[in-house]
Design a protein around this ligand. Structure first.
Ligand SMILES: Nc1ncnc2c1ncn2[C@@H]1O[C@H](COP(=O)(O)OP(=O)(O)OP(=O)(O)O)[C@@H](O)[C@H]1O
Length: 458
């Protein structure tokens, strides 16, 4: 392995033996019937290979059970591969499952000593680091209580504080951080960012595509124990989202598409953060962003992008149907381009007479954050009366300026019954849509506020 590589994974597999009945395990250990196989083999990780260079931040993304944690555990040495090998170049600090490496009977402070000494720090080094670890964890007097009394949030605070403060060269973080509150997560991500900027290596598992795009140069997409692709995080996260919303019978199409990309190759060095070529040109002392850097992708309808489990509510006097997003040509699409105008259209059948009716829409992230929405009128100012058996079409024109990723649209219709406004019908997560990557945008978070920047020469 060359000096520039931090982690090298060579044809690694992890096979578990699965037994249909507990007794089969006993029979096998007793070698009851010699020729008989009492187990099935299950590949939690199947022949995975990749290199991570020093200074790279790499995300691992994939559905539940795709083998992400098993892979991380093998890299950190918690699990041994069934075949293949892993080479590590540098001191690893890992934040894996909550509780791993902690003694529940010890206090938080004692666990700092335990963990840091397991990381190879001397007593003196640990003494020097304890104040900053305690300050970062920020769990007050609980630091001297046994960790078995900790909430999962307190636990992750302490674990992350230790992991990041023991001067590792490689930081490995599993989904664990998700249990911290928002403020703590923000604090962790800025520490990870600083760690990354200091040229160290980060390996990061998350289900959040946005987080992976934000934090990582590259990403690995795992599926059923296999590495489907490794490439620039944006590309990989787009493919992951495609995979996630593709029905089982169409999965092979997506896999073929990924194989094609693998075959024709993604230039791994051309990720957004490591591209050394400047996007600027200087003209009379002002640095301008070069025009037309990359072409934009076309919008389209992705059959696989259908919300899998929409929550159904009972309707009362009205029913929403035929909801869709239309482009300016009136075509039904669900993969949208940044900054283009679209129409959310839905129909409402009123099967009872309804009073003071208003219609609405909301766009949400996968985690349920409401990003934007609108109503046709303020409360009390809706359509005064709609007769039975009327069908209305409602259209909301909108211009999404959002980061690449999947979003959900909710539509609703409300009316007044006995002086109270009630939902006549609502379709929660009625439509899932994906925003294409806006290659010319320099936006670094979820929503574009049309921020512009200037750089002047003094
Ligand atoms: N000890 C074990 N015995 C048998 N099967 C196991 C064992 N540990 C993990 N598996 C299986 O291996 C597969 C991969 O598990 P793993 O925890 O690595 O997935 P993951 O991608 O991290 O999932 P998640 O996103 O849900 O955390 C799963 O199907 C899991 O059930």
């Amino acid at each position: 392995m060359t000096e520039e590589i931090a982690i090298q994974v060579n044809n690694v597999s992890k096979i578990y033996k699965l037994y249909d009945k507990p007794i089969d395990r006993v029979n096998e250990s007793l070698n009851f019937i010699k020729s008989k196989k009492y187990h099935r083999e299950f590949f939690a990780v199947n022949d995975v290979s990749f290199d991570i260079k020093k200074g790279e931040t790499v995300g691992i993304i994939g559905k539940n059970g795709s083998g992400k944690s098993t892979l991380l555990k093998m890299i950190t040495g918690v699990l041994t591969p069934s075949s293949g090998n892993i080479q590590i170049n540098g001191k690893i600090s890992a934040l894996l499952e909550l509780g791993a490496g902690f003694n529940p009977e010890y206090s938080g402070r004692q666990n700092i000593y335990l963990n840091a000494s397991m990381m190879g720090l001397t007593k003196e080094e640990i003494e020097n680091k304890v104040p900053s670890i305690i300050e970062f964890a920020d769990i007050g007097p609980h630091i001297d209580q046994p960790v078995k009394t900790y909430s999962s949030g307190m636990f992750v605070r302490l674990a992350f504080a230790v992991a990041i403060n023991v001067d590792p060269e490689i930081l490995i973080v599993d989904e664990a951080l998700a249990v911290g509150d928002d403020l703590f997560q923000k604090k962790c991500f800025s520490r990870i960012d600083a760690f990354k900027k200091s040229g160290k290596t980060v390996l990061f598992v998350s289900h959040s595509g946005n987080l992976i795009v934000e934090l990582c140069d590259k990403a690995i997409l795992m599926n059923d124990g296999e590495k489907l692709i490794m490439g620039p995080s944006n590309t990989v996260v787009n493919l992951y989202q495609k995979l996630l919303f593709t029905p089982k019978d169409k999965l092979n199409n997506v896999k073929e598409q990924i194989e094609k990309i693998n075959h024709f190759g993604i230039d791994n060095n051309k990720s957004h953060t490591s591209d050394k070529k400047s996007d600027f040109e200087e003209h009379r002392g002002i640095y301008h962003l070069k025009e037309g850097l990359l072409d934009e992708q076309e919008e389209y309808f992705d059959e696989g992008l259908i919300p899998s489990n929409p929550i159904l509510y009972e309707n009362k006097g009205a029913r929403i149907f035929d909801y869709k997003i239309l482009n300016y040509k009136g075509e039904n699409i669900n993969v949208l381009r940044f900054g283009k105008k679209y129409v959310l259209s839905y129909k409402v059948h009123f099967y009872e007479k309804c009073q003071n009716v208003r219609f609405g829409m909301i766009i949400k992230t996968k985690t349920g954050i409401e990003i934007s929405g609108a109503e046709t009128a303020k409360p009390g100012n809706g359509l005064s009366s709609i007769d039975v058996n009327n069908i209305l079409t409602i259209e909301f024109e909108f211009t999404p300026k959002l980061a690449a990723g999947v979003y959900f649209l909710r539509c609703g219709v409300v009316g007044i019954e006995d002086d109270t406004e009630i939902f006549l019908d609502r379709q929660v997560d009625a439509i899932a849509f994906r925003m294409l990557e806006h290659k010319k945008s320099l936006m670094n978070s979820l929503v574009d506020f049309d921020i512009t920047s200037s750089i002047y020469k003094l």
